[in-house]
Design a protein around this ligand. Structure first.
Ligand code: NDP
Length: 345
């Protein structure tokens, strides 16, 4: 273990003072300061309120943004995610519609559906919920989405726009994390940022956004040597791995900002005890539900981090909030020129 002592001076510069943070209720060792909690729910509510204001102004000029969600098959987790996205659209005032092809749908059927959505002027955003059924060529379907309507930001055209710093649509989770850092007053330019994970939807775009914001980037993955040592370089550490509690205290420099993207559902009692040896509140939830949603970062990290995102209530809510703002952005970029004053708003 290294760097077990918090550095209050460092912490105050890492964590912002703009009201997006709260102190962690964590059973911590008395001589250590608990990390500042970055409140994803609060920041997500702000982003959604801003999107709702824009939607209202656009709707008044006959340009109500529209989102189409494609949910193929019967994946229970996908059904929950899509329900959340449709509900958020309704709350934001965005027109939304859900398409639910059956589990035996084909690539051709989905391509025809996407082509129809591409053609419809009132649809600004198309979201194809992954994973698609195994017989479907997912890459082909995603490639067929009009890049101007690609609110997930997964199309190679948008990936290229991001890496060449041109206006485009950026994947929701990393874009939400950048909003969180900015709105919490956490400095990015000139900082050392380490991203664990190199997926197309989180790790790579996250690294690119941090690089575009002038951080010095290291991207780690399953073949990285001396992972904890590499991670200890970080002023900002982003964990997007998919392994419950893998990032322990020895990965983290005292005072660093730690962003936990992981969403892992644990059901094993021993694993629960390893992560939460002394947390009666969580134990109650675990016992009642038979499972618990946990991040990639071990709870002990809150004892030495300067600022940290909780799970749940950290990165998760930001993803849906940015989907709303991406839909507004797509509508403005594609149709906004028809009402020039909206583009200036
Ligand atoms: P992927 O499985 O696509 O990628 C995981 C990455 O972690 C890979 O790059 C992999 O390396 C790396 N990795 C796996 N094991 C290790 C290890 N032992 N050491 C170092 N690196 C490792 O996952 P995603 O990027 O899609 O998602 C990551 C997590 O974030 C998941 O828990 C997911 O549920 C969550 N998530 C949360 C969202 C939210 O809104 N909060 C949104 C999206 C995802 P390699 O490339 O070498 O295999």
């Amino acid at each position: 273990m290294t760097g077990a002592r918090a550095r209050p001076g460092k912490r105050s510069s890492a964590a912002g003072t703009q009201g997006h943070t709260r102190m962690l209720e964590f059973p911590f060792t008395p001589h250590l300061m608990p990390a500042t909690i970055l409140d994803g729910n609060k920041i997500a509510a702000e982003i959604r309120a801003e999107a709702a204001t824009a939607v209202k102004a656009m709707s008044a000029r006959g340009l109500r943004p529209g989102l189409a969600v494609v949910l193929a098959g019967n994946n229970p987790a996908s059904e929950v995610y899509v329900r959340g996205k449709v509900k958020a659209s309704e709350e934001t005032g965005i027109y939304s519609e859900k398409h639910t092809p059956s589990a035996d749908t084909t690539t051709e059927e989905l391509l025809a559906l996407v082509a129809d959505l591409n053609r419809r002027d009132e649809i600004d955003g198309i979201l194809v919920q992954l994973p698609l059924p195994s017989q479907v060529d997912s890459k082909k379907v995603l490639l067929a989405v009009d890049p101007a309507k690609d609110v997930d930001g997964f199309h190679p055209m948008n990936v290229g726009f991001l890496s060449t710093q041109r206006p485009g649509l950026v994947p929701c989770t990393p874009a939400g994390i950048m909003e969180m850092l900015q709105r919490s007053g956490i400095k990015v330019a000139g900082q050392e940022a380490v991203v664990i994970g190199r997926s197309d939807i989180v790790g790579k775009p996250m690294a690119m956004l941090l690089l575009n914001a002038n951080a010095t980037i290291t991207v780690c993955h399953s073949k990285t040597r001396d992972l904890p040592e590499v991670c200890r370089r970080a002023d900002i550490l982003v964990a997007a791995i998919g392994r419950a509690g893998m990032v322990t205290r020895d990965f983290v420099r005292a005072g660093a900002t730690v962003i936990d993207v992981g969403m892992n559902r644990i059901t094993d009692q021993a694993e629960f005890k390893h992560l939460f040896p002394n947390n009666p509140k969580r134990e109650e939830t675990f016992r009642t539900k038979g499972s618990l949603l946990v991040g990639d970062v071990h709870p002990e990290v809150a004892e030495i981090a300067g600022a940290i995102t909780p799970v749940p209530g950290g990165v998760g809510p930001l993803t849906i909030a940015v989907l709303m703002s991406n839909t507004v952005k797509a509508a403005k970029m594609r149709r906004g020129s028809r009402v020039p004053e909206l583009m200036r708003a």
